[in-house]
Design a protein around this ligand. Sequence first.
Ligand code: B3K
Ligand code: ZN
Length: 877
Amino acid sequence: MAEQKPSAIYLKDYTVPNFLIDKTELTFDLDETQTIVTSRLHVRRNPDSLEQTSPLVLDGGEDVKLIGVAIDDYALPQEEFAIKDDKLVITATPNEFVLTCETMIEPQNNTKLEGLYRSSSMFCTQCEAEGFRHITYYLDRPDVMSIFTTTIIADESRYPVMLSNGNEIERGKTDEGKTFVTWHDPFKKPAYLFALVAGNLEVLNDTFTTMSGRDVKLQIFTEKHNIDKVDFAMDSLKRSMKWDEEVYGREYDLDIFMIVAVDDFNMGAMENKGLNIFNSSCLLASPETTTDDAYLRVEAVVAHEYFHNWSGNRVTCRDWFQLSLKEGFTVFRDQCFSADTHSDVVKRVEDVSFLKTTQFAEDAGPMAHPIRPASFIEISNFYTLTIYEKGAEVVRMIHTLLGEEGFRKGSDLYFERHDGQAVTCDDFVQAMEDANGVDLSQFKRWYSQAGTPRLTVSDHYDEQAQTYSLTIRQETPPTPNQPTKLALHIPVKVGLVSNANEALSFSFAGQTQDEVVLHVNDVEQTFVFEHVASKPVPSLLRGFSAPVKLDYDYSTEQLLQLMSGDPDGFNRWSASQQLAVNELNALIKQYQNGQTLTEQTHLVEGFKALLADKTLDPAMVALILGLPSQAYMSELAEKIDPQAIKAAREHLRVVAGKALQAEFKHVYESNTVSEAYQASAEQIAKRSLKNAALMYWVASGSDEAKAAVVHQYRDADNMTDQYAALSCIVHFELSEADELLNAFFEQWQHEALVVNKWLMLSAAREQENGLEQIKALMQHPNFDIKNPNKLRAVIGGLGQNVDTFHNLDGSGYAFLADQIILLNKRNPQIASRLCTPLTRWQRMVPALAEKMKGELERIAQEDLSKDVYEVVSKSLA
Ligand code: B3K
Ligand code: ZN
């Protein structure tokens, strides 16, 4: 490890800034060899600070070279300032002054993709969370909010488009014949929302008329060859703007809203004020090159970033411990938008399935943290599933507790009370409490307590008294630095189902009803339902009303019954998953004991009823057919045995495929879409069912199915069908696998995003010499280690490749560790993300755990970036 170990910072140590910056004037002289940034900061002492004589300390970075600094145009001599630990320290300052700084940076050498950098032929920025300090010296913290005016100077022939936040206010020529453009953003904002783009870009123009009748200019910029792929994003943007007006009463505020697509981006997208910057994978869409899933992602990310304009930008975070204030709330908002646009049950199943697979695993590992962490070493490591997805679940629970109207009253008060401020999660909950006259103090423990609570449920039916009681115990397991846990306030939505598969009504709290939200707020509680006509099957945690694990000892018959008859669509899926999990667990045991895997399965009965039910949404049927994933079964396992899980899943799929061959063939054939491609709920649903059925049908070994899948590949007019067929062909190693994988590359080699799909599928392909294949992919001319999408494609594929990644000789883990070491300094954010599978080492079966741990220890020997250091040291603690 590095000589000096990076140290943590703590929420409890928060103090207000000693100085404020009212106005920020920036000039960028862009050039391929060096970029000169001049800043004029209108600084004054913060009257609320307890330190009225402290020096001015500005954040900077090792990549920022100071050329000169002046106070009120007096150039400071060497002895009047110092650079210490990347910070610019000025001991003596007036109480109010203009600080001028001239700095030099080299965006072309910036491989971290943080601050100002080059992607393809453009300049672009990424400043959240602490990227701005790599552009110039600044008070780079979200509670310092300023009015920005930005001038960009560049050679117009190479950079005809020059963008920044707000409105363009001036344009002209410099004495040297370069072009300058000045932008002014009238809204105060923290530096993390600053953005700049310069390049040779094409634009798609549109307009949106807001609810008060203002016309807003909408622009999406891409490189020339991609401009034909942004219509769907533009449409999504307009629908998001409308939705936020209708559902939250939020109107857009500037005269212009711009989005730019860039190829090299560490994450999905960024909500910079008025100038969102997107990873091209989250913006571009065309039927031929983009799958349905990717269309839905584009729609969700466009909405998410747009919604941040209020939940994040107009009201921002006081400090980075409050990150979930904007991210949890905004994820909740984008989830609701997608649910309203498509099917709410399908959307909920997808989101919950993702949460239970990935966030639950994080919450059970060495990086577990509450949605408002108490400390961190590197904030970039805290853009996590917990902050985002669990954060959204916490907001959703508030919504469940207050109801639609109460929640809206709360959000109105929150936006009105805090417009233009940098606030905390407490402020959010306070607004919800004040608008509704409720006390959420116990509920707030969700913000400070990590770990996934487990609810253990038992029941009793008293036939004579016609009462049914549910006893619920809650327990949250210990997590790092939190050995003991307090009881949480958990909303548990419950309904009762009769043996005849009908909703059973009951009286609860003096009211007759079909469904109730139980307030679980103690370690153990019993809830009594009265006037229950017959012994019910409980339908628990409907709609996944809280992010918890639930234990109730359902019999197979009860699960089959709920799967086909629960009036709550979400719980039909839940029951099917539980049934499949039970069967997979039995198969895993058999595999581990060296027994022959049983051919008997009740899941087939459930599937049969499901496939025959014509009233169901095809998308729901497809979701129910989806076997619990390798990752989900891993999350549930006491000790993860990847080979056993894989064998069990493959076996169950083949058994079901064979037992229901005719049914799958029929469903496959009757769900073809003959109309032109649309990313509509209806078409997506049909394609998802058709392709789910195809997988089982091919698994059955039928020659007809094999011919059908190859035919589908060759005949497809959209990427969803083409890729589904290719994945199936590769997965089952049909004789055409090599030929068609090559053909796929040949066809799409000029479409970077499709090449990524090819890289991923090729890397995930289970073959004897798997690791050699992966190494070859990383040498392929279309691979580029500097591009995070390509790296994620190959390493993501490796992660899915059970035989190669979890090879008992440890070679898969060693290869991953090599990549982490290679990227550690070059792109610390990406390197740190790549560590995730290794952080789970304690959950693996001993032989694999030891190998993973060995690799973490090897990484720990290196001179580590803060990002990788934090994850590795916490994993080994
Ligand atoms: N706010 C950004 C994420 C920034 C991540 C910085 N490492 C995207 C989003 O959540 O909308
Ligand atoms: Zn966000």
